[in-house]
Each structure stands twice: as C-alpha cells, then as structure tokens.
Write a protein that binds this ligand. Structure first.
Ligand code: HEM
Length: 404
C-alpha cells in the first residue's frame, strides 16, 4: 500500500487507509463523535465521515440526494476506465438507485433467504472440517489466510458454480479491487476488468450449457418484462464475488482475533455454546467490516456541514455501531448483549442482501473451530495485519494451539 503523510487532525484530515486506524479505529471515532461528528478529509479524492448512528439512519433514507452510484470513495475509477462508465452496470444493485435498484435487488434476494442459505450449510460444514484437518496437527496456523479467507470464497464460488481450482485466483482479484486497489486505481481497474472478463466467459458458457448454479438461474430470469441481459448478470456476479468475500472473511477473522487475545471471552464461549448467536451479533457489531459510500447529487444540509453536489459521504456503519447514544458500554464486547440493534449489514434499501449467508458462514466457521480448537492464542502479535479502508479485518493472524 502506498504511504501517505501522517494525519494532522482527524476532524479535517482523516485517512481511512492509515494502518493504526485500521488496527483500532475506536479512539478516533470517540474523539470525532464528541467534537466533530461529521469529519472531512481531502485525502483519496475527498470525503465526509459521519460517526453517529442517528446520522447514518437519516442518510440512508436520502435517496437519490445521496446516490449509490459511487460506493467506493477513493479516486474516481471512471477517469481510468471510461468503458465501465458506459455500461452503468458495474455492480448492481449496490451501485444503483431506485427505481432501477429495486427490481435488480429482487432478482438476487431469493438466493439468500434463510431457507436457500440453509442448503449450503452442509457444504460449509464439510469445508470448515477439511480446512481444520489441514492444519490442526501442526498446532498453529494463520487463521486469516488458512481459515477465514477460504470459507466465503469457496462458498460463493460453489454457489456460482466456479471451478474450485480457481479459488486462490479469484480471492487475489477481489483483494486487488477492494484492498490493494484502494490506494491504486490502476490496479483496481485492471482487476475489475479481469473479474468482468471471467464472468463474461462464464455467462457465455452457462447460456450455452445451463446448470443448476446461481448464474444459470439468474440468466433464466426477467427484468422489467425482458430477459435479463448478459451485462446485468456479469455486474451482479461481480458484486456477489466482491461483496461476499472480503466482508465475511473479515468478520470471521476479526472474531478469531478477538477470541485469540481475550481468553475470558474465549473460555466463556467454549463453555457456553448457547451464546454463539448473540456472540456472533456482538462480533458483527464490534468489528463491523463494511463502510460503503454515497455521492451527493444536490446540496444537503447535515447538522452544521453542507454536502455539495459531487461530495462523497462514507456510510460509516462501523462507527455508528459504537455510538453510546444507542449502545450500552459500546466499546466493550458483551457476548450475551441483549439489545443489539447493530447496522453492520447497513440499513434501508441497500441493506445487505447476503446477510443470511454471512451469518450462516460465521456460525459454521466459529462453531467448527471452537469444537476442535477451544484453546488458542496469538502466536506472534506483531505479525497480525489489518486491512483498512472500506472493508476492515485481519489479513494475517498467526495463532497457536494444542495440536489435535
Ligand atoms: C459479514 C459479512 C457482510 C457484511 C458486514 C456486509 C455488509 C454490507 C453492507 C453494509 C451493505 C450495504 C451497502 C450500502 O448501504 O451501500 C451490503 C450490501 C450488499 N451485500 Fe453485504 N455484507 C456481508 C456479506 C455479504 C455476502 C456474503 C453477500 C453475498 C454473497 C453480500 C451481498 C451484498 C449485496 C448484493 C449487497 C447490495 C444490496 C443492495 O444494494 O440492494 N454481502 N453488505
């Protein structure tokens, strides 16, 4: 990642890619919420960063005054890739506003209902067991690389009918778009093209030989009374791949990070497995990985700041989830927290379409891990790395435990 100068004042010059901020953003959010709840920065093309729950709830409703056409804040990719601009179908529905967004979202929701997702649970359980088999005898592993990363990519790959041998390849593409590409638009554009090209080939192949996978089923659907176009399906697959991998990888990894360095919570969860559902919600709240963005299409007065047309606004759901106005003891992990109205999956019309899948993957991943590795700790705290920016989570997490 390219280095940038240190931050002078987080209220006027924040840096979402600052490595210390990626490791622990809580002190910055506490400070900003108290003295400047909507901060601004000129870095990475300029953006606003709200930190309060109430503001987030209000902003998601301002549609299309706050449009989803540019959900990534770092410098305008379109300047590097005019082709993407012409399609206008980069990653629908996350990159579209109503009225177009509504029917597109409806096309994908049936694949992610609790019932549809439950069908992928046995695959996920077998996958987690196999991954643990691969390292348990060594008494150590990189829980981010060898475990958390492998789960969402293989599950979504399985749902889309992608050849499992290509898993490492497409994880690399997604990281180049969402992680390394954040500070380098040329890399981002290059890999967006790779992903679109890959899905263009798959769509052509599934048109010719339909199967029972998600792509074949999408291709058989109608949008606005017309058969769905190849371009639209390519855009949707691009989104499912990009939205489904880093996000859930980050959540599983952050949970394993938490339990590897908080032995009290780890022992409690291992001894009281009935806490898994509330513990997972608490992990999602505390370590919320996703911050999408909006672009103002008109002048908007927000508290004592004014968004001008073209201004980008970070949908800081993670900071909102630590707002003391809403959450009791917000900066503490409480595994059996009773009232937890977190918005890690966003809120409003773009609320995560894959939340049932993400929750199922987290549930299977953590239960499978705790059943066989109830005691574990960081092997080398200095070797832990965190990705920041708009998807935050551990990318290296060496842990050790008693060999199985
Ligand atoms: C823990 C894991 C996940 C988190 C925290 C998360 C978070 C989010 C958030 C915050 C949004 C709203 C974006 C906005 O308002 O602009 C969103 C949208 C979306 N997510 Fe997720 N996500 C996760 C996993 C997944 C998975 C596994 C999938 C599917 C494979 C998925 C698919 C989507 C889609 C399709 C949208 C766009 C919905 C729309 O625009 O109507 N997500 N996600």
């Amino acid at each position: 990642m390219k280095k940038s100068p240190p931050v002078a004042d987080w209220a006027t010059d924040y840096d979402i890619l600052d490595p210390d901020y990626a490791k622990d953003p809580l002190p910055v959010w506490r400070d900003l919420r108290a003295r400047c709840p909507i901060a601004h920065s000129d870095r990475w093309g300029g953006s606003w960063m709200p930190t309060r729950y109430e503001d987030m709830q209000a902003f998601v409703k301002m549609v299309p005054a706050l449009s989803s056409k540019e959900p990534i804040v770092v410098p305008p990719v379109k300047a590097f890739d005019p082709e993407l601009d012409q399609h206008g179908t980069d990653a629908p529905p996350i990159t579209s506003d109503p009225p177009e967004q509504i029917p597109i979202r409806r096309l994908i929701l049936p694949f992610f209902t609790p019932k549809a997702v439950a069908e992928h649970r046995p695959f996920t359980e077998a996958l987690c067991a196999r991954l643990i088999d691969g390292f348990i005898d060594q008494g150590s592993c990189d829980a981010a690389v060898q475990y958390a990363q492998e789960i969402p990519s293989r599950v979504i790959g399985h749902m889309l009918g992608i050849d499992p041998a290509r898993n490492d390849e497409f994880v690399g593409w997604v990281r180049n778009v969402l992680e390394f590409g954040l500070s380098d638009p040329e890399i981002r554009v290059k890999y967006r093209r790779v992903i679109r090209g890959f899905f263009a080939d798959m769509v052509a192949e599934r048109r010719a030989n339909p199967g029972d996978d998600l792509i074949s089923q999408l291709l058989a659907k109608k949008l606005g009374g017309e058969p769905v176009t190849d371009g639209m399906v390519i855009g949707m697959c691009n989104l499912l791949l990009v939205a489904g991998i880093d996000t859930t990888w980050s959540s599983i990894g952050a949970a394993l990070w938490h339990f590897s360095c908080h032995p009290g919570d780890r022992r409690r969860l291992a001894g009281e497995p009935e806490l898994f559902p509330s513990a997972i919600e608490e992990m999602l709240r505390f370590y919320s990985p996703v911050t999408m963005a909006r672009v103002a299409t008109e002048e908007i007065q927000a508290g004592n700041v004014t968004f001008k047309p073209g201004d980008r606004v970070l949908m800081n759901f993670p900071a909102a989830n630590h707002d003391p106005e809403i959450f009791d003891r917000p900066d503490e992990v409480i595994l059996d927290r009773e009232r937890n109205r977190h918005i890690a999956f966003g809120v409003g019309i773009h609320r995560c379409a894959g939340s049932n899948l993400a929750r199922m993957e987290m549930d299977v991943a953590l239960r499978a891990w705790f059943a066989r590795i109830p005691e574990f700790e960081l092997a080398d705290p200095d070797a832990v790395t965190w990705a920041g920016g708009q998807v935050r989570g551990p990318r290296n997490l060496p842990v050790r435990f008693k060999a199985g």
